[in-house]
Design a protein. Structure first.
Lengths: 466, 90
């Protein structure tokens, strides 16, 4: 129904067909697909009814960070269906409010404990790069990933990366991810997917996996949990069909599913521009890109590509309202003046079924907060970020960080940061990595050499300690 | 703008209108708002709403300082059954 049949870059191969039920009806899914994706592919927009206002809710972030896709699965309420792979004969039910408790007691496996010298939470570019660095020095780290696949958000980036050749410029994001994942799979690096790290207490990590509680004791911990999509306030911001731009990418580029028929994109930073172009590539109409600032935030090349396809980019314009009963039916934008005040009479109505928000990302620092690592609010880095030194060591001496959780940047910087953090941990273990580490820190600074990184560099000054 | 249609917290259904009302009643910081409106206490543990609330509060109070909440496990929903040792049941 929402299948992408032709794509200029990607080829989708589906796994074997599985059957599961949704509110009693038999549904089809492909092996490897998550519950939310299978439902959305079949045209289901509404996954739950909100607890007090009884509003319909659908998916929003599609990477397990928000709570919008929660449903009852095999009797258990509040399950994040966007990251749960479908199993044959699974029973999925729509949630009403906070959901009903199970009618029977599910058998859970007994909790168990393991010891690991190093654990890495998150398998995006930062986490994978760190794991590979550890391997090169003969240390086996354990990667903990809550999604079904390794690779984080890099697996859905179909555009080519900028930067120097060393940092894989000219290569498409998902190809970089594929190489990193291949490297991990072909070596003896341990990784667990579908595994959520939900608690950190000193040197202990609580992980939920396969209906089991795993306690992982670790000497060193690298937190590379990435970031989550930022929501903005406007009437109708919870209507199904309002997605984070990243969710649209997951749907299209990972699962081959069209997020909608026609889209209004909010935000003309790089994410907004790139995702708009990717929507066009998937055969979806993009009505316009609107941007509250007076200028386009993203790179000129990305904006130029959109203009060639006749997609208008409206600056000094904001989203006023989204309307729709069961799904987005209409979006209204309005021009704003220099003080961001709405200018009456400048409203434009858009007939769209999808609104994508690319209004920024927020570092996922919750586990760091639990661990007692000091955080600081830095606007240019995306929100609260961990205070750390040049080695990416937090105020908790055994916890290191890398990637977007340290501040929103690029996949190329995340790869380097993961590498540096791993080298720093190896150094603490007594290995001779200092020279390589210093060199890598230099490379990272060079990568931030362009004027685009000016704000990032300013922000970093606020959180970097000795 | 219709504040009653602006959802700040999706898990607990808290609208911008409710936050403004509560603020005017004297619930002026995140922790009091959390206790009064349950905002940020749902299954996602404030991952979507708390950053929005931080900004909203900064706007309402005119203060530049952004405060946040303390976070406790579990960071994501986990069924309680996993903490039960098999031997203790039945």
């Amino acid at each position: 129904m929402r299948e992408i049949n032709i794509h200029p870059i990607l080829q989708f191969s589906h796994g074997k067909e599985l059957k599961f039920t949704f509110d009693g009806k038999t549904m089809k899914a492909y092996e490897g697909e998550t519950v939310a994706m299978a439902l959305y592919r079949s045209g289901i927009d509404i996954f739950s009814e909100s607890p007090k206002l009884h509003r319909p809710r659908g998916m929003f972030c599609a990477i397990g960070k928000c709570s919008s896709c929660m449903m009852r699965v095999n009797g258990i309420p509040n399950v994040r269906t966007c990251i749960l792979p479908v199993r044959e004969e699974m029973v999925v039910e729509k949630h009403e409010g906070f959901g009903k408790l199970p009618d029977y007691i599910e058998k859970f496996a007994e909790p168990f404990e393991i010891n690991k010298e190093v654990a890495i939470i998150g398998s995006g570019p930062a986490g994978l790069s760190a794991a590979i660095t550890f391997k090169e020095f003969g240390i086996k780290a354990l990667i903990i990933e809550e999604n079904p696949q390794l690779g984080g958000q890099l697996i859905k980036q179909t555009h080519k990366f900028f930067g120097s050749e060393k940092e894989k410029a000219g290569t498409r994001g998902f190809e970089i991810a594929r190489d990193l994942i291949k490297n991990i799979e072909n070596s003896s690096i341990d990784y667990i997917t579908n595994s959520t790290a939900f608690a950190i207490d000193e040197n202990k990590i609580g992980v939920f996996r396969n209906n089991q509680y795993m306690k992982i004791y670790t000497k060193y911990l690298l937190i590379a949990t990435g970031a989550a999509e930022k929501m903005i306030p406007f009437p109708g911001n919870d209507i199904p069909g309002v997605f984070g731009a990243g969710a649209a990418q997951t749907l299209m580029n990972v699962f081959g599913i069209k997020p909608g028929r026609s889209v209004l994109m909010i935000g003309a930073g790089n994410v907004g521009l790139i995702v708009s172009y990717q929507l066009l590539q998937a055969g979806i109409e993009v009505k316009a890109v609107v941007e509250a600032m007076p200028t386009i935030g993203g790179y000129f090349v990305h904006a130029a590509k959109l203009r060639r396809f006749g997609v208008p980019i409206l600056t000094s314009t904001t989203i006023k309202e989204v309307r729709g009963n069961l799904r987005v039916e209409k979006a209204i934008t309005i021009s704003i003046d220099k003080k961001f005040k709405e200018i009456p009479g400048t409203e434009i109505e858009w007939n769209v079924d999808t609104v994508c928000l690319s209004t920024g990302l927020i570092p996922s620092v919750n586990l760091l907060a639990q661990a007692g690592c000091k955080l600081k609010y830095v606007t240019s880095l995306g929100g609260f970020v961990p205070v750390r030194n040049k080695d990416f060591q937090t105020t908790n001496k055994n916890i290191f960080v890398a990637g977007d959780v340290t501040g929103i940047e690029e996949a190329s910087t995340a790869i380097l940061e993961g590498h540096i953090a791993a080298l720093a941990i190896l150094e603490k273990m007594g290995l001779k990595t200092k020279k390589l580490k210093i060199e890598s820190i230099k490379n990272l600074n060079n990568l931030r050499g362009s004027p685009f990184s000016k704000k990032i560099i300013e922000g970093l000054k606020e959180v970097e300690c000795e | 703008m219709n504040d009653s249609l602006i959802l700040i917290c999706r898990c607990e259904d808290v609208t911008l209108e409710e936050i403004k009302e509560a603020f005017n009643k004297g619930f002026k910081d995140i922790e009091s708002l959390r206790r009064h409106l349950n905002i940020g206490t749902g299954p996602c543990q404030g991952k979507t709403c708390i950053p929005l609330l931080e900004k909203t509060l900064a706007q309402l109070s005119g203060k530049n300082e952004i405060e946040t909440i303390s976070t406790r496990p579990p960071e994501s929903p986990v069924p309680f059954g996993v903490f039960i040792k098999r031997g203790k049941k039945e």
